[in-house]
Design a protein around this ligand. Sequence first.
Ligand SMILES: Nc1ncnc2c1ncn2[C@@H]1O[C@H](COP(=O)(O)OP(=O)(O)O)[C@@H](O)[C@H]1O
Ligand SMILES: [Mg+2]
Length: 371
Amino acid sequence: MKSVEFRGVTKRFRSEAILENINLVIPSGKFFALLGPSGCGKTTLLRLIGGFEWVDKGQIRLGEKDITNLPSNQRSVNTVFQNYALFPHLNVFDNIAYSLRVRGLENEVIRKRVGKLAEAFGMDRHLYKDISELSGGQQQRVAIARAVINEPDVLLLDEPLAALDSKLRERLLVELSDLQELLQTTFIYVTHDPSEALSVADQMAIMNNDGDIEQIGTPREVYEYPVSSFVARFVGTTNILRGVFVIKERAVGVEVPGIGVFLLDPASVAAGSFSESCLTAGEGAAAFISIRPEKIMISRRPIEGMEPKLTGKVETKVYYGHSTMYQVRANDTVVLRVFEQNEEHVRQEIIDYDDPVFLYWLDKNVVVLER
Ligand SMILES: Nc1ncnc2c1ncn2[C@@H]1O[C@H](COP(=O)(O)OP(=O)(O)O)[C@@H](O)[C@H]1O
Ligand SMILES: [Mg+2]
């Protein structure tokens, strides 16, 4: 296991900069996810680490070592691709054993190591099958086993589960996460699917359409304290309101015209990475705030002892099984989305289309965005 570091890396194709001045530290021995929309440069970044592309500017380091100009076969880095890329003429055992054979290890050693890994992956019963006899999920397990058998310092995974159905994807994600914990190899997992990144990563980076890294943090930090509207929207659904900073009775808030003042919780201002912009911008400066739909409570009646943040009218109601989504119009320009769990043991009332409603949330769930 080793860390990977990008120092001021720029990568151009023809004259277009796909990645520009990337500075990124991927910690050693962790499950790191790189999340971003299709075409933003994720595969390019992985290929630079793997040594399949060359930087135009900057430096890439593996642990203490500058590997910027090192050929791919001299980097202790392996890759798992979306399309498996297995050797079709070799059976499962020989696919997994391939790199050990190249290194000339003894048959007995190879048998033991392949057997152990195959068992961890539930593939021990399939070792002597042809690749064509395997399902997609089984093929991807073989591809992963083949990539980790020679214990690389870093494993690159480029959307490895994208071709599988969602139930299988969930299961393989858990297996991958267990494998990473077992091996303690640095995993760099690229995906355009936020739920994959949020559910398995120790740390994650979010890349925007221009190939810039917008935020790095734990899944929780990124989801709860997005720095920008791009991140807030990309990792989930949110409500973004535009207003100006105000100071009210020594508390900081954001006033949204025609709606009201939403105070910010000092503790969460300090916890979030937005504290500086919020406190230095000063009164009257433009502000964007984000409130996630699941942080909002909706009620047809006022709730005793609680001040509603907003009142409005239900404009749309969508049943999702586990939850219901309400779109509530507060005025001509402001519409908020609310998610409510369909638990039904607390709620006594049914909320319908056109109903007037009261909305409640905690100050700490109002997040100021930097842009
Ligand atoms: N070998 C190449 N030559 C020219 N352009 C490329 C090449 N590889 C990728 N690109 C371009 O770089 C951009 C980023 O691609 P890629 O890294 O594959 O994105 P992602 O993996 O995030 O979908 C795209 O616009 C793509 O067309
Ligand atoms: Mg890609």
